[in-house]
Design a protein around this ligand. Structure first.
Ligand code: R5P
Length: 294
């Protein structure tokens, strides 16, 4: 039987190695709890600090959007190439296998259809249900300058309170009404309000002028919204400019799933976002992959 001294000597306390104390890699998230940071790490890749989210939540206000008529057929094959899928809880539970190992961002506001005033939203998911689904984040729309601006901000702040209680990050989505100018001045305002009121990351549109002032003045990561379908090279160029000008990734829908080669397109977007591939090179890659995948 070893004596007490020899047991002590066999232990190694690495007294010469200082304890690890690394800053968390997501902007503005250093002071968040472990669960929040863990969930953010399921959305943003620690190696690049960025994300490629695939948005397929359009049906919550506009029904079966072109390209999303059959999410099981059209989207499930693309989903493994995304860092996170953004969708409704209905589509998650009915269609996405629980073995899906990437991030899941669930749309948590809704109400009006495309036939009505879209800003008139309410919260549409209970926090307990979010926990039950093990979501990585919840998304809520804010309509700055919209008819129901205050109500949409109240949706955000309530959701942030609930998210903070359970360790679930909140994505504030800046929605643009028909009457609002899509310029840096407007998006600086909208993104900053969302972050000041507690959103842990913000989704907004790319603008050609002064986009870097939107990312600079927002204390949390900004992910670029895709918007309507563009030619692939234009969409890749927009993603490249956005990440070069401070965005922490993209949350694209139609520009991926409405492409005639969605898997090739998301692979090209991944190269741009995570490896800073130039848009022309990414487009060439897209064409090669498209030809291979036909
Ligand atoms: C926008 O507010 C919703 O989240 C959309 O359903 C979706 O994110 C839009 O994606 P995209 O404009 O890239 O098709």
């Amino acid at each position: 039987m070893p004596d007490a001294d020899s047991i002590k000597e066999s232990k190694q306390y690495y007294l010469d190695i200082p304890p690890r104390n690394e800053a968390f890699f997501v902007k503005g998230a250093n002071a968040l709890d472990w669960g929040m940071q863990n969930r953010l790490s399921r959305i943003f890749r620690p190696e690049s600090g960025r994300t490629v989210m695939l948005a397929v939540d359009h049906g919550y206000f506009q029904g079966p959007t072109s390209g999303l008529e059959r999410v099981d057929v059209n989207i499930l094959p693309i989903a493994p190439y995304a860092d996170a899928l953004m969708l409704t809880r209905g589509m998650l539970r009915t269609t996405v296998p629980p073995t899906y190992g990437r991030g899941v961002v669930v749309r948590a506001s809704g109400g009006p259809s495309v036939l009505k005033d879209l800003s008139n939203e309410q919260l549409a998911v209970d926090i307990e249900d979010a926990v039950r689904m093990n979501v990585s984040a919840l998304a809520v729309q804010v309509f700055i300058g919209g008819e129901c601006e205050t109500q949409s901000i109240y949706n955000l702040t309530r959701l942030v309170d609930m998210g903070n209680r359970y360790g679930i990050p909140i994505l504030g989505v800046t929605a643009v009404g028909k009457d609002m100018a899509r310029n840096a001045r407007y998006f600086r305002l909208a993104c900053r309000i969302a972050a000041e009121l507690g959103a842990h990351f913000v989704k907004t549109y790319y603008v050609e002028e002064e986009f870097e002032t939107i990312t600079a003045s927002c204390p949390v990561p900004i992910v670029m919204a895709g918007g309507k379908k563009l030619p692939e090279l234009d969409a890749l160029t927009m993603a490249y400019k956005a990440v070069s000008e401070g965005a922490a990734g993209v949350d694209m829908g139609r520009n991926i799933f409405q492409s005639d080669a969605p898997i090739a397109m998301i692979q090209a977007v991944n190269k741009v976002v995570h490896e800073n591939m130039k848009p022309e090179d990414a487009y060439e890659l897209f064409q090669t992959l498209r030809a291979e995948q036909k």
